[in-house]
Write a protein of this length. Structure first.
Length: 445
């Protein structure tokens, strides 16, 4: 327990400690299994609040951490000061410069809606409910990953509070070393209070998903892998093997079923999009066809990621080029006959624009990866400690021949497959930037 009397006089937002009525809600993230109990929580309403919270933690020698939505959390926060940024929730669009200025507490849904009013779009994530800043800090692979690259490639600047308790700008012209690190370096670099991103024009979009029943999963997996070998760079696709439990919360047509979902995104017209998607539609009889022209403000429906708070467990890694042997191995752990504690096993096709770094360079890890692999555990907390992690380890062992030498931090929330999220050179450079902007390790806890 720490004395927060002085802190309360220094900030405008709420300062809460365990036992306060609003404490549990203030520190809760999206994963209900993770119960945060920091010594104090500061609900920042301004840059000045973040500055004072960092200085307070630095003076006491306790760690300072940050949370917007808590989507990226994999372990509970049990000490120090937690700065919550959900109140920094403004979005400003400049249609002349096509720049969106986004507060640290904003989710992608708000940016997509605001930009759409001007006929523009952010290179957003697949989920509308994920926080923008946390997503960008690891790079960010969305539904336009092959046509447009990593979402962080579109960042033009940050306002960030360093470990010294100073608010600074980070861009190609100001503190370029910090700017490099914040695009992909994820943690320990400061508390971002605002980010500016370049918007794009997407006058038309052909996108959505195709569902296939379990008896067709083998040919769908093998056919999709074959399709990706020659897919145009403008087309982004992913495949997920789904296991829907037999519960009332699942819509009746899918309840208790094993299904394969192919997601497709083409930032262009319907005629060409339909032509490009035709080989996927022809793989097998389609159980549910939700692929067609899509308004940009409905981009989150491509993946239809679940919304709201729930118990969750996921882990993943990046993969190299896939082949028919991989398809067999993947089906052994994700097909309808597999007995595994996962509700989903997802593959996303990378390459094209995602493989090319921005001209000035960034800290995004894993650009050499050709695909992603994500495992999502059954939402049963009693399985999270041992059963699901051990099953995931067996999956990674089975797929070891195709695991990329480098992963990406946004996909390895529980350690991934044991591969590093950055090259040795990038890791060393990130450590140097952290020492420069947080010499006392305020954010290292």
């Amino acid at each position: 327990m720490i004395d927060t009397t002085a802190l309360r006089s220094r900030v405008s937002g709420p300062v809460l400690v365990e036992g306060d009525d609003a404490f549990a809600d203030e520190v809760a993230g999206s994963n209900l299994v993770i119960v945060n109990t920091p010594d104090a929580a500061v609900g920042a309403v301004s840059v000045a609040d973040v500055v004072e919270a960092v200085r307070f933690g630095r003076e006491l020698g306790v760690p300072v951490r940050v949370q917007a939505t808590g989507h990226g959390a994999s372990a509970a926060i049990t000490d120090g000061v937690l700065v919550t940024t959900s109140r920094l929730d403004t979005v400003r669009i400049d249609p002349a410069t096509r720049i969106a200025t986004i507060g640290a507490g904003v989710r992608w849904a708000a940016v997509v809606a605001a930009a759409a009013e001007f006929g523009l779009a952010p290179v957003a994530g697949s989920s509308a409910q994920v926080g923008v800043v946390g997503y960008l800090s690891g790079g960010g692979l969305g539904p336009f990953v092959r046509s447009h690259g990593y979402s962080s490639d579109y960042v033009t600047g940050f306002t960030v509070v360093t470990g010294l308790g100073e608010a600074v700008e980070a861009s190609a012209d100001e503190n370029p070393d910090l700017f490099w690190a914040l695009r992909g370096g994820k943690r320990g670099l400061g508390i971002v209070v605002e980010v500016r991103v370049r918007l794009v024009e997407l006058p038309s979009l052909y996108a959505g998903s195709l569902l296939f029943e379990s008896q067709h999963i083998d040919q769908v997996v093998r056919g999709w892998i074959e399709y990706t070998r020659s897919a145009p760079s403008e087309v982004s696709t992913s495949l997920v093997a789904l296991r829907f439990p037999p519960i009332d919360a699942v819509p009746e047509p899918m309840r208790g079923k094993n299904l394969a979902s192919l997601r497709f995104s083409y930032p262009g017209g319907a005629a060409e999009g339909e032509r490009l998607a035709e080989p996927l539609r022809a793989l097998a009889p389609v159980f549910q066809d939700a692929l067609g022209p899509l308004p940009i403000d409905r981009v989150a429906t491509i993946h239809n990621d679940p919304e709201g708070k729930s118990p969750s467990w996921s882990n993943g890694t990046l993969l190299t080029a896939l082949d028919d042997d991989f398809a067999g191995a993947f089906l052994s752990i994700a097909g309808p006959a597999a007995r595994v504690p996962f509700v989903a096993a997802e593959l996303r096709h990378l390459g094209a624009a995602a493989a090319t770094d921005v001209p000035e360079g960034s800290a995004v890890g894993g650009r050499s990866g050709a695909y992603t692999l994500t495992l999502i555990g059954a939402p049963e907390p009693s399985l999270f400690a041992t059963v699901i992690p051990e099953a995931a380890a067996r999956v990674f062992d089975t797929l070891r021949p195709w695991i990329n030498a480098e992963s990406n931090v946004n996909f390895s929330s529980h350690g991934g497959a044991g591969t590093p999220n950055w090259s040795a050179e990038t890791s060393a450079r990130l450590d140097a930037v952290r020492r420069a902007y947080d010499p006392d390790g305020v954010f290292a806890g």
